[in-house]
Design a protein around this ligand. Structure first.
Ligand code: ATP
Length: 224
């Protein structure tokens, strides 16, 4: 009897499709360590990284979408639970999260938990996103802490958060969508802009990005 209950619980703990969108210009250890922490904490089977084609809230990257995609591919090689989903690059145009999540929802069916991971900085900007209040009708939002960013929400976001916050992390795996949960993992004050700036200054980016990414950036003379 006890064995039976344990099996059921572990099945529940692995349920869900987790996605982390981003510009990944380039992917760095802040993204990658967060992804691995999420997989270990929730015991999800897989986490998909979805590089955008054209960011909605940032300048167009100086490197091509194909190069950013390739860097994500290279960056995830150390953990087979990580995968890359190139749908936004194939779709082209501005990469709206609501479009991507709605498409994923159709593919996954109505019952599968779908979890969108965002860093605290991204969550703070949520009220500027297209159809932001509809995001929870198709997915949960998992907000991860990020050094330098505090949960100082403007009032529309505060009420949205209070209305939809989960009571426990497990709620993200018990329903297909609709909840917000915040979690802190390994705090790494690394950003893509920091990496790009160091490259421009001809300074080392070692230990901020995987070696494979460092070599790719050097080989293709990116971020000069
Ligand atoms: P940039 O410096 O160019 O603004 P970035 O480092 O924020 O880029 P993105 O690809 O835009 O990288 O980020 C994708 C997602 O990962 C966002 O939700 C962002 O908040 C989150 N993220 C990025 N870096 C970290 C980090 N060090 N810790 C936690 N979350 C992060």
């Amino acid at each position: 009897m006890v064995t039976h209950v344990t099996t059921e619980l572990s099945d529940i703990q692995q349920k869900g499709t987790v996605v982390m969108g981003g510009t990944f210009d380039p992917i760095h250890h802040g993204h990658l360590r967060s992804a691995v922490d999420i997989l270990d904490y929730f015991r999800f089977k897989n986490l998909r990284l979805i590089p955008c084609y054209q960011p909605v809230h940032k300048d167009q990257p100086s490197v091509s979408a194909e190069q950013r995609l390739e860097m994500v591919r290279l960056g995830i090689q150390a953990d087979e639970r990580l995968s890359v989903d190139k749908r936004e690059i194939v779709r082209e145009g501005r990469s709206y999260s609501i479009d991507t999540l709605t498409q994923l929802r159709h593919e996954l069916g109505a019952d599968e938990p779908l979890i969108m991971v965002v860093g605290m900085d991204s969550f703070l900007s949520l009220p500027t996103w297209s159809r932001w209040q509809e995001l929870l009708s198709v997915a949960h939002i998992l907000v991860i802490s990020r050094p330098g960013w505090e949960p100082d929400f403007i009032s529309s976001l505060e009420s949205f958060y209070e209305k939809h916050r989960a009571k426990s992390a497990a709620e993200l795996q018990c329903a297909p969508a609709g909840k917000i949960w915040m979690e802190s993992f390994t705090p790494l004050a690394i950003s893509s802009s920091q990496v790009r700036n160091l490259c421009r200054k001809k300074a080392s980016i070692a230990y901020l990005v995987p070696e494979t990414i460092q070599r790719f950036i050097e080989a293709h003379s990116l971020y000069k």
